[in-house]
Write a protein that binds this ligand. Structure first.
Ligand code: THG
Length: 264
């Protein structure tokens, strides 16, 4: 399982205020905690800052990478901000994200190629987010075809079904799970990724919902997740699910984590 740590996101008030103050220490602590908890990528997002987004995203990449030896998952729909952040990034970044919208593809594919980056593709088309799983799979498939035609290898592509809160649409978990299953079956070698915590917005004790959803998504073949690895419940569910889906033979990783006191 590939883990993308979600915590450095400007939608969080403390992160937003740390960004305004350029609080290096606060941001580096979030990066370090997530890396120590097992994050493979550190998501960085300065989306609420509009005009200043590019500058802050660049600052985040530099700040994170001077404290941990991990690549960033650069979280922005804005091609200019992505471009500037990629320029200062060390190693192979993950671009989060491209969509099926023509303008997004035209601007971002050259960046993906130039930086030989990993790329998250959201199942969004010209008409927005499709209602049905089938339509999302169709859009995901067309983005995959496009990226492959441009010479981007399948193993660098991460399809995101787009997880919406169950509090606003009771079918949203089912839809996301169906997309994951379909994409994984149809495109061997591709990755699927989703924002696990999106599912629980508006509900109490969100972590219980997040942990259950993570387990269900792993059962459908999800191999990459944006989540909070510092939450012991998330980490426990992740390790348990990896053992249950045969990704952790004989539960060796699970046992090692237990011995370190990480299983709750
Ligand atoms: N797909 C892709 N990228 C994404 C998302 C996705 N990026 C953003 C988001 N969704 C994933 N990241 C978050 C980050 C924080 C939260 C949810 C999703 C969140 N945080 C709470 C808060 O800030 O208050 C809880 C914080 C905590 O206690 O840890 O809800 O779907 N490609």
């Amino acid at each position: 399982m590939i883990i993308i740590g979600e915590k450095i996101n400007s939608s969080n008030k403390k992160v937003a205020s740390a960004l305004e103050k350029r609080d290096t220490e606060y941001i580096q602590k979030l990066a370090k905690n997530q890396a120590e908890a097992g994050a493979d990528y550190i998501d960085v997002n300065a989306g609420i800052f509009g005009e200043q987004e590019a500058e802050l995203l660049t600052w985040l990449v530099r700040t994170v990478q001077s404290s941990v030896q991990k690549p960033c998952c650069i979280d922005s729909p804005n091609p200019d901000a992505l471009e500037k952040a990629l320029e200062v990034h060390q190693g192979r970044a993950m671009i989060n994200s491209i969509t099926g919208v023509k303008e997004s593809r035209q601007k971002l594919i050259p960046l993906v190629k130039h930086h030989e980056a990993k790329v998250i593709a959201l199942c969004i088309g010209e008409g927005g987010i499709p209602e049905t799983a089938d339509d999302r799979v169709r859009i995901g498939g067309s983005i995959i075809d496009d990226l492959e035609n441009e010479g981007i290898p399948l193993q660098n592509i991460y399809i995101d079904p787009l997880v919406q809160p169950i509090a606003t649409n009771p079918s949203s978990a089912r839809i996301a799970l169906e997309v994951i299953e379909n994409i994984m079956n149809r495109y061997p070698g591709i990755h699927t990724v989703c924002g696990i915590s999106n599912i629980s917005y508006g509900l109490p004790s969100r972590r219980a919902i997040n942990a259950a959803f993570l387990t269900m998504a792993l059962a459908k073949g999800l191999d990459t997740a944006i989540l909070n690895p510092c939450d012991p419940l998330m980490l426990s569910s992740l390790l348990a699910s990896e053992a249950l889906t045969g990704r952790d033979s004989y539960g060796l990783k699970y046992i090692a984590a237990f011995r370190k006191g990480k299983i709750k």
